[in-house]
Design a protein around this ligand. Sequence first.
Ligand code: ATP
Ligand code: MG
Length: 475
Amino acid sequence: MNLINAIHRKIFRIVSISAKNIKQDCYVIGGYVRDFLLGKRDYKDLDILTIGEGIKLAKEVSRHIKPKPKINIFKRFGTAMLEYDDKKIEFVGSRKESYYLYSRKPMIESGSLEDDQNRRDFTINSLAISLNKKNYGELIDPFGGLLDLKKKILRTPLNSDITYSDDPLRMMRAIRFASQLQFFIEKNSFQSIQKNKKRIHIVSKERITEEFNKILLSKKPSVGLFLLNESGLLSIILPELTLLQGVEERNGHKHKENFCHTLKVVDNISKEEKNTIWLRWSALLHDIGKTSTKKFLPEVGWSFHGHELVGSKMIPKIFQRLKLPKGESMIYVIKMIKNSNRPISLIGNHTRDSSIRRLLFDMGKDIEDLIKLCIADITTKNSDKKNLYTKNFYFLMDRMKKLEERDRIQNWKSPISGNDIMNTFHIQPCKEIGIIKNFIKDSILEGKISNNFCSAYFLMLKKGEELGFKKITKK
Ligand code: ATP
Ligand code: MG
């Protein structure tokens, strides 16, 4: 197959000429070729393989680009990276790898194109396109990768047991590609993953999490999450999720199958126009408190009372274990899970404005995401019920919008500051200042006073006097 017409990018010409100058053959390989053949015309990174020294080729290429691009050299790995046109171009010399049992870092020696293609993880990732004059644009496909692309199959070029055992990160990559591309993992290959699952322990948490995040960011994350579960990897990486599996029945009462439900919620949230990885994590973990709160109450049936709070408290440990970032992202996930049941409790005409104001106050700018999560959480198959529940949330949003327009609660800042209180009563910092401020906040949220300085000022005077302070007028 000749791809000469398809290779139109200026950069390939430059690489080709540079490689000729230093008498090293070179090829485009890996993700770019795969995605190009899948019809994607954009790329984020480009891998150039050369039979010889990667760094030497990168240096030669950089001489032909104006202005001279930034070049990063990784001497230890014999690789180099150029930044060109907002893209990263990676240069690597062809190599042969052999592995030790306790590390995924191989012993490396230089090798032929064939050796290099052999060490790649999947047939669809070992496709190469020649950039050499003699066969410019020719696809070099020793393992039938093109056919696998057509059949949507993930297959390892060599023995799958050895491939996964050598570098167990490839198990995560297999499932990540299956989820991103919606491909099937070949039966033998999947069995090898099941067999080698425990080898995942030699992979760093950061690399596992990087692949896990890619699964979570794919169009339909349940594809990858189901495969992770079936392979046995999920119970190693995130046992809190696998524990949600199963349905119990007592006195004719069954509860929801919380694992499949969770995956459906994640898929639903992923369809939302604006959603972040952290909203997806919130959906993924929103029910993890159900395992330890599950109870059977003879009068009512199954209960998971308080699972939101319990679940939210499990987050820091999980984030720590998976080396996910702490700080704002983690606080957001905790907040989403902790409050995930509040909107539903506010549905109905009898809900007081003050309860809605309190939710607006607690959620701030994240209120929209919380409602998205609640709507994604509706997984009933009964379409009448689904429509009714969704409509209820739209009504609630409507009320929230009106209240917000009137009372401006979401970005609420007390109209009275601690300094105002100290100056008025001529007092030093003390706990009473907090009491007065809280009293003002509660009165505004309860709708007892309006959200403005004047109303808050008079309330401050009243509360201050109650606490034994006197207004001091400066002369
Ligand atoms: P994307 O960049 O879209 O996530 P990719 O396939 O380009 O996908 P990279 O991590 O950029 O993934 O790797 C580039 C190429 O290097 C892959 O296509 C594959 O040929 C090879 N590769 C990467 N990681 C491994 C690995 N762990 N084992 C074997 N080959 C690998
Ligand atoms: Mg890539």
